[in-house]
Design a protein around this ligand. Sequence first.
Ligand SMILES: Cc1cc2nc3c(=O)[nH]c(=O)nc-3n(C[C@H](O)[C@H](O)[C@H](O)COP(=O)(O)OP(=O)(O)OC[C@H]3O[C@@H](n4cnc5c(N)ncnc54)[C@H](O)[C@@H]3O)c2cc1C
Length: 385
Amino acid sequence: MWSCYTAASMGSSARAASDTVVVGGGVIGLLCALRLAQAGARVTLVERTRPGAQASSAAAGILGPQFENEAPGPLLEFGLRSRALHAALEEELNAQELSGSYWRCGALIVGNDENDLRARAQWMRTRGLAAEFIDGDAVHTLEPTLAPVRSGLFLRDEAQLDPIAAIAALTVAAERAGVRFRIDNVQRITADQHARTVVAENNVFGCDTIVITAGSWSSLLPGLELPQNAVTPIRGQMLAAQLPSGQLHHIVGGAGGYLVPRKSGRVLVGSTMERVGFDPRTTPEAAHLLQTIAATLAPNLGTTLRGPSTEHWAGLRPSTPDGLPLIGAAPEGPGVWFASGHLRNGWLLGPATAEAITQLVLGHVPALDLSAFDPARLAIRSSLC
Ligand SMILES: Cc1cc2nc3c(=O)[nH]c(=O)nc-3n(C[C@H](O)[C@H](O)[C@H](O)COP(=O)(O)OP(=O)(O)OC[C@H]3O[C@@H](n4cnc5c(N)ncnc54)[C@H](O)[C@@H]3O)c2cc1C
């Protein structure tokens, strides 16, 4: 049972097909829509401005499960699965003459706390992952323009992509797979045992399946039963500047931030974690902080970033109270699914999230244990309060 009709055509016979509606066109919505369409669903993606308008375009594009996780756990396992899926996704895009500028560049965490880096190397190797503790000379050999450090952790399997390129590629791939895009502002979800409806400003979409991928706005949608603070924004600010190409080769973490070099020589510096509600503005204080991080890690870059051509932007990461994403059935009952709250790792976790949502929607057993990400954990907590 499905229907999709514009407000203008309501009551008339003009209808278009859709049995799945994806709400929100960031990386998570685009990937879920793509995979569901490839699995045979008729998918409509409803995005209120343009695909990638929010956090997804602001991201650095690090695909770093080892870089991001300080201990083993479900997020690491999910991230490792997703990092592997990214390589396959890029091949799939390349076969269509598209690209997300995926690059298995490797990552380097530098610092002076040798014990911490040794301990991280140890648990990663125990897990069977590539992780090499190296001394300051070896760091210098890998990255000669970095400031001297005593030690580093080299993670050769970490990767990156360019979020802007990847959004463009995924949008085209989703269109080619049959996803229909609608620019509209979703205002309400209604769902019960018998019917599901997405009410937007200019359209009402009747459907079998709804997937909520609205980033930081996911738990604000009227009609949903999760508490409004199930997903809240955390602002991140970034700087970028152009260096002569070939100066930096790896993602570099340290000094409270990170550097991400593109093949073109552009280098991104990130990032802040600020609880400021839905305020998307950049601030001079953050620019100063990020310049200091860059100067500590790579003095040349610090100097370049004080120049006039430095780019500065901000985005709102979707966060959850326990820092884990929401992936699974929404509390409202059958046919409504959540894929949100990916905080600092939405790009990394996108392919595994889309894989999991597609398996759940099709009624298959997911490839990985998703219990840590079950949205019900937040609904239960709210009802106990
Ligand atoms: C500065 C910064 C750096 C980051 N770096 C990385 C990184 O290196 N690696 C990584 O993996 N992740 C990174 N992230 C995190 C990553 O960007 C996010 O986790 C990811 O983009 C979340 O994707 P999303 O699709 O859930 O949300 P979004 O990209 O925010 O998309 C949600 C979409 O829903 C739409 N929407 C909302 N409400 C409605 C409505 N009512 N009707 C219709 N549409 C609606 C919005 O317009 C938006 O387009 C970074 C984030 C920031 C801010």
